[in-house]
Design a protein. Sequence first.
Length: 128
Amino acid sequence: MSAIEHHFISDAAQGAPPHAVSAGSFVMARGILPVRYDNPRARIPEGIEQQAALVFAHVQQLLTQAGVEKSRIATIDIALANFSRDVERMDRIYRTVFDVHSGPARSCIGVSELPEGALIQLNFLAAR
């Protein structure tokens, strides 16, 4: 049986729950927020475009730590605090990161509130 590896977006986040876990053939991340984990005092960016870009940068950091290519992401689940206002703008950022025809399966839902006042939160599952 292989060991479980924990991955953090920033060394400053050590001691908190891991942002992602590698277990066997999979890398799983949950609750990725547009937070500056290297500087907890930094404010969350204001617009959905900036928040989405930061969340996708966090995804890349976690994949790099786990030694996994972005093309190995199988599913992405996105939650938006204001779905009707932000889905199209978030989707424009998403399309700069992933090919919608050959990229991961995706769900995008609206929620009433996200931690830290964030507009977006992301989960993903990747194959090693």
